[in-house]
Structure formats: C-alpha cells, structure tokens
Write a protein that binds this ligand. Structure first.
Ligand SMILES: [Zn+2]
Length: 637
C-alpha cells in the first residue's frame, strides 16, 4: 500500500483514468457527460452504492451498539457531513471566501476530470446552491449535545410511515444485500433533518442531485490520483486553513496507511518504539488518578449520596486499554484481520477502493452479532486518547505514551502533568454533559437524581459562560462555550485529579521527586510546565477560525490558563508547597517495576480487576475498530 502510494510515476501516468472508469460504472458524473440521461438516474441506488465504498452522502448510516442496550448492534441513521466543515460557512456572509474557494475547487477538479470550463462552472454553481439548501436543514453541533433529546428508536415500518419520501427498506436491502423485516429496529438521530431532506429531495433537480452525490465521492477519491489533484486541493486548503505548502508526500503516505490499516502500522510502531514498561506504569497512574477522582467527588456537596454511589460504580466498572492489542504482534492473527484486502502493487486506486469496501462490509455485517465490549478500537500508532461512552472504557494507545506526555525516565511530575492529566481528562468524560447520560454499562439511562441534574446544569452553565468570554486573538472570534463544554469539563477535571494524585504520590515518597538540570523549577512547577507544553503550538488565523467553528476542544492556548484562573488560590498553595518540599531535590533514578507474566490470556480490565491483576498486569487488548461507536477524543495530534 505504502510503496504504491509512493510510486509517483504510476500515479502520474494513469492520471484521472481510474476514477473516470468508476464514475461511468456509477452512471456517469453529469458535469462530464453532455448526454447524461436523467431518466435512468436512481438516487437511492447510487447512495447505497456509495455507502458500499464507505461514503456517507446525504445520509449517514452505520451499524453500532444500541444506545439504550449497548450489548446489541442496531442499524443507525443520522445527518451527514457537508463539503465545508460547518453549515455556517454556507449560510453566513462573512464566510463567503470559503464558499468561493470551495466553488473554485469543484470547478478545478471537474476540469481536471475533463469537463469544459463553462460547463464545470455552471454545474459547480448548482452543486453549491444545492448544498447550501442542505446546510439549512442540517442541525448544528451545539444543538445536538443532549443525545437523549436527539435520538428515536423505532421499527423500520414506523420510520417508513414517518419519513415516506425515502424508501428505507429498499436502501437497507441494497446495502445489506439481503431482505430486511419491517419490524427491524433502527435508531434515528435528528428526525427533523430527515423530514427536511425528504422535502428537499422532492423539489431537487435530478441532474444536480447526481452531480452532488458524485462530486462528494470524487472529492474523496481525488486523493488517490496524481499530483494535479493535490495542487487543486492545496489551493482550496490554503483558503480554509492558511496552509501554504503541500505537506511532504511521505506524510500523506503515513497518514493514509495508518488511517486505513492502523493495526498493521501499529505493529510496526510498537515493535520499534514502544516501551513495554509503560503499560504497567500507566496502569499504576490510572489507579492513582481514579482514586483522586473518587476523593474529589466525595467532597462535592451538590451531588447527593445516591448519585455519588452510582457514579462510583460507573468509575469502578470503567474498562481500560493501554498500548495495543496483543494479537497485532502475532503475524498470523494480524494477517487474518486483513485477509479480505487484496493489495496489488501496481494499483493504488484499486487498493484504496478495496480497503473502503472491506470497511463498509465489516461494519454492516456486525448486525445481529453481540457487541464485544473488550475489543480494542483505536489504532496504536496515534497520539490520542479516548473515552467510549458505549463501552464505558478509556483508551491510551501506544502513540501517546511518549514525550512530552510520558517517558519511563522522566521525573514523576512530568508524567503526571503529561499523561496523568490526559488520564484524568478521559475519566472525566464519563461524567461530562454527554457522558453523564450513560450508565456504567454504556446505556443511555437517567441515573442522576433530578436535583443533581439541575445543579450539574448550573455548574456546566458557569463553564459555558466562562469560556464564552474568551476571545481568540488569532481568529478575532469568541470561543463557543456550549460546543466545547464537554472538553472544558474534562480539562478542568483532568488536571485537578492528576495534580491531587501527584501530591499523594509525593507524600508516599517522602516528598522527593527529580527535577530537570538547568531549569530552576520545582517539581510542582514542572508538573504545570509539562501540562502547558502539551498545548503549545502555532496556527494560522484561517485554521483558528475554522476550528473555533467546528472543534469541540477549546484552542490549545485556552486549555491550561483557564484552570489556573479558576483556581488561583490553589495555585498559591502549590507555590507554598513547592517551596516547602523542593528547595533542593536530589536527582535519583527511579526503577520501573518489571512486569511479570505473559499476555497470553486476553482480558478486559475493569477497575475492580486492576487491583487484583496489578502484581503481574499487562493490559491485554484484543481486536477491532468499531465504526459508529461513540467516542470522545482528547485530540492532541
Ligand atoms: Zn476530551
């Protein structure tokens, strides 16, 4: 896969031909076909065909754990993404520059595919006009935060009655390749969107609809073509993100292979770079931080005892994955995972389609199977961390267990300020505005008392108000306190828990930790320095603007200081503590406990079992990526 992507000569020589051929098989892209026949166009069939290439256009459909019964897979429908990241970009006049760049991009790609420029211009304008109408019926991210408000579970028959404009049964039969009963249960997010879509489709021009479907597909597939398409994409990205240069080709190769065959690249990464000791070390830290979480929660006066007890049960039941699934280091088992994928060293375009078809197939064929909550769903070679609401599980892939987050020989303060805060952040997600709606088994279930919910909402509103006051100077825009509230809650909780756990670690170690040579900073100061360092970075004004509109995280520079401004008295305590304990600290080598035992028996680790398994624990992980799973990422990469 890598070698063919890197093999520029073949890509250049083939140009747009592989995609042209595919478009013809899909009925033809009207912008390229003056004699395109609208009579033969079947939009539902095309939508299903594109789903089988793992493309969700107009409708997002997947098979995922039932939100109210997370042990069972169920068919789910939702609105899908637009060609620009936010609906506001289509609708608000101040983003006209983005819309113009998008229009230009469609024209450029259509011309590269062989369309005459006049035709490309008129069709592109129709595509954007249609997508603007689509943006109008799309629900904004901030309005979708309360999952319990936005989803409905019903039978296929009921869905057909409520939204008759779409033949749901036929669509599902096309993608599943078999008959489906009217009593099949389905979950629908954003009913309003589907009602609006039905109406929009009724009045839509057939040719424009075909143009739109295939434009969205072409925009994805253009990534698998020659450098002319890359240049066109870069021109578009330059306006959206401010990025001035095309990133080196090797980076694109790594991203592509890691995104699509993450367990295979993960095995390579782990063999070369992963320190096995870090699993056990991270396990110890997670236990400490979970203890801090419980201590902090105990002292919160506005949560009643019954709710606290259930919260504690949820924390106890939380699954933990660290590093990578053990099977990836066993070649035969790893090969089995990719057995359906055929790689032809001379056909990068075909390989990409094959991978997408396999992804779609494995998603659809989960229907009817029980959910295995012990599966490992994150590729190991990513610098990221996750909380899964369906599984009530936290995950720390091997990629994040390296500097600046973690190193076995770092002073402890740096590890607690780095990966420690990430651990606390992910734990807190189980109790943020969205996580709190799910119980210990990963089911949507109102387990908080009414009074606790009311007080939670008041406290969450404080954070919303606080963050909404901040202005990002680079973008000259205010932060969206509502959209970022879950992450802000997790940031605030994470650092409190990690700092408390570090204080307790210090106490247990007679107040001694290493410092860094050449830096006059106490371990407490180093804790905060490393925490802050994680969020250091630069961005262009365009990207800052785009992210403020779309990201659920506050910009990096707003992640650390808000905590210290909210807790200035604690910061003073920290200073006093630091002086008291660490005027002079001897540098010493900490030995990392050796992990005993082999990970031959994969286990799902819950906190109850962490304690029992700690003596010889390796966190052992098993397959696979799960589409449709609700995950929360810290997004540090
Ligand atoms: Zn997060």
């Amino acid at each position: 896969m890598w070698s063919i992507f890197s093999c520029v000569d073949i890509l250049e020589a083939r140009g747009e031909r592989p995609l042209l051929l595919l478009l013809q098989q899909l009925g033809g892209w009207p912008v390229l076909e003056p004699n395109w026949d609208s009579e033969r166009f079947d939009w539902l069939l095309l939508m299903a065909q594109l789903r089988l290439y793992n493309n969700d256009i107009l409708i997002s459909q997947w098979v995922g754990p039932d939100i109210k019964n997370s042990d069972h897979y169920i068919i789910q429908f939702d609105q899908t993404t637009l060609g620009l990241q936010s609906k506001d970009f289509f609708l608000e006049p101040e983003h006209e520059e983005f819309v113009q760049a998008y229009l230009r991009y469609i024209i450029d790609v259509a011309c590269l595919m062989g369309a005459p420029s006049e035709r490309a211009i008129s069709h592109a304008e129709e595509i954007v006009a249609f997508e603007t109408e689509l943006a109008k019926i799309t629900t904004s991210q901030e309005s979708r935060r309360d999952t319990s408000d936005s989803f409905s579970k019903l039978t296929l028959r009921e869905l057909q009655e409520k939204v008759p404009g779409i033949d749901w049964t036929r669509y599902l039969q096309l993608v599943l390749g078999r008959r489906i009963r009217p009593s099949e249960p389905v979950i629908v997010f954003d009913f309003k969107y589907f009602l609006g879509l039905s109406e929009l489709l009724e009045g839509a021009d057939t040719r424009t609809l075909a143009d739109y479907f295939l434009w969205r597909f072409v925009s994805h597939r253009a990534n698998n073509l020659d450098s002319r398409f890359e240049v066109a994409k870069q021109r578009f990205y330059r306006v959206i993100t401010g990025q001035r240069e095309v990133p080196p080709r090797w980076k694109g190769c790594v991203d592509h292979v890691n995104s699509h065959m993450g367990m295979a690249t993960g095995a390579m990464f782990v063999r070369r770079h992963f320190d096995e000791n870090s699993k056990n070390d991270t396990l110890h830290m997670t236990m400490d931080i979970m203890g801090s979480f419980e201590n902090i929660m105990e002292k919160i006066e506005w949560i009643d005892d019954a709710t606290k007890r259930l919260a504690s049960e949820k924390a106890d039941a939380m699954g933990l994955k660290i590093g990578y699934p053990s099977y990836i280091l066993r070649s035969e088992e790893l090969n089995l995972r990719y057995k359906e994928i055929t790689i032809d060293p001379k056909d990068y375009f075909g390989n990409s389609l094959n991978v997408l078809q396999c992804l779609a197939y494995s998603d659809l064929h989960k229907l009817g199977m029980p959910v295995n909550k012990t599966t490992w769903s994150a590729a190991p070679a990513f610098v990221n961390a996750y909380y899964s609401r369906n599984k009530n599980q936290i995950m720390f892939p091997a990629g994040i267990l390296q500097p600046p987050f973690y190193h076995r020989n770092f002073p402890r303060c740096l590890n607690y300020g780095g990966i420690g805060v990430v651990i606390g952040h992910e734990i807190t997600h189980a109790f943020d505005d969205m996580g709190r709606l799910f119980d210990k088994d990963g089911n949507l279930n109102g387990w908080w008392s009414d009074e606790a919910v009311e007080r939670f909402t008041e406290h969450a509103q404080c954070l919303i108000d606080q963050y909404s006051q901040y202005v990002d100077a680079e973008a000259s825009m205010q932060l969206d306190g509502t959209n970022t509230q879950g992450e802000n809650i997790a940031d605030n909780g994470g650092i409190k828990q990690a700092f408390k756990a570090y204080q307790e670690w210090l106490e247990a170690n007679q107040g001694e930790d290493e410092t860094l040579p050449g830096i006059q900073a106490t371990p407490y100061q180093l804790f905060f320095l490393n925490f802050a360092q994680v969020w250091c970075g630069t961005t262009t004004p365009q990207l800052a603007k785009t992210k403020l509109k779309t990201a659920v995280h506050s910009p990096g520079r707003f992640r650390p200081p808000q905590w210290s401004s909210s807790y200035s008295s604690s910061s003073m305590d920290i200073g006093e503590h630091a002086k008291h304990h660490f005027v002079s600290v001897e540098i010493r080598k900490r030995r990392i406990k050796k992990i005993a035992g082999e990970d031959s028996n994969p286990i799902n680790v819950s906190r109850q079992s962490w304690k029992q398994n700690l003596a010889n624990a390796l966190i052992v992980l098993s397959s696979t990526t799960e589409d449709g799973e609700i995950e929360v990422r810290i997004s540090v990469g």
